[in-house]
Write a new protein. Structure first.
Length: 230
């Protein structure tokens, strides 16, 4: 009897958009997976959760949620739905109940990310230097230009989001630590992975590991998807 493959739902982080998964999506489609890449409004935690919940509804069956950075916060909340069979965190926040991005970040030394913020019209973007130095620091200049061009400005309200549901306590979880990450401290990533009892893979990568090491990220997603199919 053939097992049905789960739909892979990607949830991007802040200062990114759904195209941050552009290298991994074709690899999954070639293997027969349906894929949805959520476009988070990055306005509030609640709005981003709602966007992911809509994607889960559209998928209409079992799903694996893959969250990058802030997207990890979102899948931790949205992942409590019964259709969600596995969680994959890619250099992502994996909060405990009542934590915020700010309180979670205090568990490790700060990075230089905030020094590259640019506020405009009540939203915050990353400067070109921020993309180069701390966000996509091991990508080519051409790829960095693309990351800079498609970034979605972030409302400061997202940082007020408080974790209430913690899906990693019930669902099998995988975590990719980006050892060269200058956006989220790799020590914090290791702490969150250990706390979630996630199967952990460490990649020598900048923050956007799915663009820096797409094949290795794919392997972790496939492992989660295979387990979800059984």
């Amino acid at each position: 009897m053939e097992t049905t493959k789960p739909t892979i739902i990607f949830v991007h982080g802040l200062w990114a958009d759904g195209s941050s998964w552009s290298k991994v999506i074709p690899l999954l489609v070639a293997r027969g997976y349906k894929v949805i890449s959520v476009q988070n409004p990055t306005t509030t935690l609640e709005n981003d959760i709602a966007a992911t919940q809509r994607a889960i509804a559209v998928a209409g069956g079992d799903v694996v949620l893959v969250g990058h950075s802030w997207g990890g916060f979102v899948i931790t909340e949205a992942g409590d739905l019964p259709q969600v069979k596995a969680l994959v965190y890619v250099a992502a926040y994996a909060p405990e109940k009542d934590e915020t991005v700010v309180s979670l970040s205090e568990k490790a030394a700060p990075t230089q990310l905030a020094s590259y913020f640019k506020a405009e019209g009540g939203f915050v973007s990353l400067t070109r230097e921020g993309i180069t130095n701390v966000f996509a620091n091991d990508l080519s200049a051409q790829e960095q230009e693309l990351v800079f061009a498609v970034q979605q400005p972030t409302s400061p309200d997202v940082f007020k989001g408080v974790a209430s549901k913690v899906a990693w306590k019930q669902k099998p979880s995988w975590y990719i630590v980006a050892s060269e990450d200058k956006t989220i401290n790799p020590d914090l990533e290791r702490l969150m992975a250990q706390r979630a009892k996630a199967k952990t893979t460490t990649l020598k990568s900048c923050h956007v590991a799915m663009l820096s090491k797409p094949n290795q990220v794919l392997e972790v997603i496939l492992e989660a998807a295979n387990q979800a199919s059984n």
